[in-house]
Design a protein around this ligand. Sequence first.
Ligand code: OGA
Ligand code: NI
Length: 360
Amino acid sequence: MGYPASEWPEPIVPVQSLSNSGITEIPSKYIKPPIDRPSLDSFEINSETDLYIPVIDISPLINGSDHTDEAMHAISHACKEWGFFQVVNHGVAPDLVQKLRAAWREFFYLPMEAKKAYANDPKTYEGYGSRVGVDKEAILDWGDYFFLYLLPESTKNLNKWPELPPNLREITEEYGEKVMKLSKMLIKAISTSLGLDENYMLRAFGGDNIAGTLRINYYPKCPQPELTLGLSPHSDPGLITVLLADEHVKGCQVKKGDLWVDIKPKTGAFIVNIADQIQVLTNAIYKSVEHRVLANAESERFSFAFFCNPKGDMAIGSAPELVSPLSMPLYEPITFNEYRLFVRNKGPLGKSQVESLKAA
Ligand code: OGA
Ligand code: NI
């Protein structure tokens, strides 16, 4: 699938600096074609139809209690119906979460020069950035981010992490460890819910080499949110994503049939979604789901997406246990490294990437 591009196709303009400049009209580079623009009245549609992603209390799984049936059933149902759910009572300390939010807010409020010292490139994406994809013609999204590799240890490069605020590195490392533990527990539950051994998926995706990366998203205020998006429709490439959404400002939407459904995060919850590699391994019994983020004129928004990914160099295809003579393997096996390259060069493109793996 080619090589990673080594440079951006044009100079990077942080969205934060556009937003802070006080412009009242967004540059044409951010204006989506009419068909891709959000309909901002969708909030109302949802409250009328009462369509919400499931909220699951996972305390029985965390506590190793005998009463896990209900939580397991809810996860299995959510994976089939939505590919998205919220988890509460997940065991990650609220205090750690608050410190993480505060540290990264402080980072994004540093002077632009301090942030640009960490400017990223499309080879690894690690660092401070404002675009995904290297297509020069692409219409850009209204958001900045910081991307970093957390786990396994061998992928972590603390020198590329912000030095300020002083507690940012330590807090982010601790958060990564806790959320990785949670992710593995969820993957075990997902594995069991399909009738597989609880460790089947963890093994199939690389065991101790399962990786964790973190994308801290910052969506500055946007003067014309009806013309653009904070993040274009995409499915996540890896196994699962554990999202810590903004406490106060909604904006993330999930595609359900033809509707874009708002996610309304519960206080203290994480939002979990199935990503492309689970779709491949389960031969599409569980599917990754398209989601996007709206821009907002009144409020800026922060979110933290923890991506749990397979080991990079193993070919991943459909599990033989989940393929029957009636359901042939749907996807050509490829490694996650190859797959991610494709995503990194093209940027967010709905579900076309995982669809492109379909066997002829
Ligand atoms: C992502 C993502 C959602 C959000 O970073 O992949 O989907 O609410 N983020 O920021
Ligand atoms: Ni995503």
